[in-house]
Design a protein around this ligand. Structure first.
Ligand code: HEC
Ligand code: HEC
Ligand code: HEC
Ligand code: HEC
Length: 225
């Protein structure tokens, strides 16, 4: 979803692009990947049970499943994903608040599911940073595994604010105008979240009771508390 000043919400961007056939590469990657996943559910899923299917997913890995990463829709403007922990040193109150929310435990919920589902693309997509929530494919530089990308587990700062690479770089080494430009790009307003950004993950299948006014207080944060 493109806002009037040119920012794009992660997730909705590719959905919209798919519809318009703008991002042909992302769209065809989707189709193939979804076909592959469906085929696998057919082959291993119902016949041998969910637990066996999860073991199958674990041993194949994402590349073995044919799940390929596509460029993040915000890569050009925002740079790479850096992980929530990197924000802590400069945004301590927001970070501390986020740590107390279920978003910071979203990956663990999959590990504790019965059977565990942290290798299943159709589950991790909303429970980590850097995947398309409902098309189940990763963006380049997004979560790949607990060993390779431990900083990208859970629903992180960048799941809502977009990748922080350029912002971090500018704060460390950039000139004042550059800092200003990338700070602005990191802003997401409450209205934008209300208008659909939260619902990219809080959809009817996974969060049927979602109501912005009831849920927002559960994750609200600012620089002052
Ligand atoms: C090296 C320090 C530093 C790091 C690391 C950093 N920021 Fe910032 N950020 C700032 C400064 C300084 C500002 C401008 C002052 C302010 O508004 O808080 C800012 C502004 C922002 C704003 C705009 C706030 C507003 O109301 O205008 C957001 C949103 C933001 N940062 C999010 C993040 C996120 C998310 C991360 C991690 C991915 C991050 N920042 C990492 C220093 C940093
Ligand atoms: C990238 C996907 C994603 C986005 C975007 C997202 N959420 Fe979530 N949210 C989740 C997941 C996954 C959980 C479940 C976490 C867990 O494992 O307990 C969750 C849980 C929550 C909870 C806890 C609900 C409960 O039952 O305790 C609240 C509150 C919440 N989200 C609010 C929001 C709001 C408000 C927004 C938008 C500003 C938002 N979320 C955006 C994925 C997301
Ligand atoms: C499209 C995004 C999305 C996908 C895909 C997704 N989830 Fe979630 N999940 C959420 C959201 C959002 C919540 C919070 C729901 C709420 O409280 O309203 C959640 C909550 C949960 C919780 C509850 C955490 C708790 O303790 O209350 C578990 C467990 C969970 N998901 C497991 C899974 C599993 C297993 C899969 C794969 C079959 C999956 N999720 C796929 C978005 C998603
Ligand atoms: C679920 C989505 C979501 C997550 C996760 C999230 N934010 Fe935010 N953040 C928002 C929204 C929406 C606002 C705007 C709030 C408003 O305007 O009242 C905001 C506001 C901010 C601001 C400006 C606050 C102010 O005082 O004006 C900063 C800084 C910030 N977030 C940093 C972070 C950092 C750092 C993290 C991770 C530790 C994080 N956010 C995680 C959605 C999110």
């Amino acid at each position: 979803m493109m806002t009037d000043d040119g920012r794009v919400f992660p997730g909705t961007a590719v959905l919209a692009a798919d519809r318009k056939n703008d991002v042909a590469a992302a769209a065809s990657a989707d189709d193939e990947q979804n076909m592959f996943l469906s085929a696998n559910v057919g082959l291993f899923g119902f016949g041998t049970g969910l637990t066996a299917y999860q073991h199958q997913l674990e041993s194949l890995g994402f590349s073995g499943l044919g799940v390929r990463a596509v460029p993040h829709p915000l890569k050009e403007t925002h740079g790479p994903l850096i992980g929530s922990q990197r924000c802590e040193s400069c945004h301590e109150p927001a970070y501390r608040q986020w740590r107390r929310t279920p978003h910071a435990r979203a990956y663990q919920s999959l590990v504790e599911a019965d059977p565990p589902r942290q290798f299943d693309p159709e589950c991790i997509s909303c429970h980590v940073v850097g995947w398309h929530p409902t098309e189940y494919f990763p963006y380049e530089g997004g979560y790949t595994s607990i060993d390779e990308t431990p900083h990208l587990t859970d629903v992180g700062c960048e799941s809502c604010h977009g990748p922080g690479g350029n912002h971090l770089q500018a704060e460390m080494h950039g000139a004042a105008e550059e800092q200003e430009r990338y700070r602005k790009l990191m802003v997401i307003t409450r209205q934008e979240s209300r208008d659909g950004q939260c619902a990219t993950c809080h959809d009817l299948d996974n969060s049927p009771d979602f109501d912005f006014d009831l849920y927002w207080p559960g994750v609200e944060h600012s620089e002052s508390f």
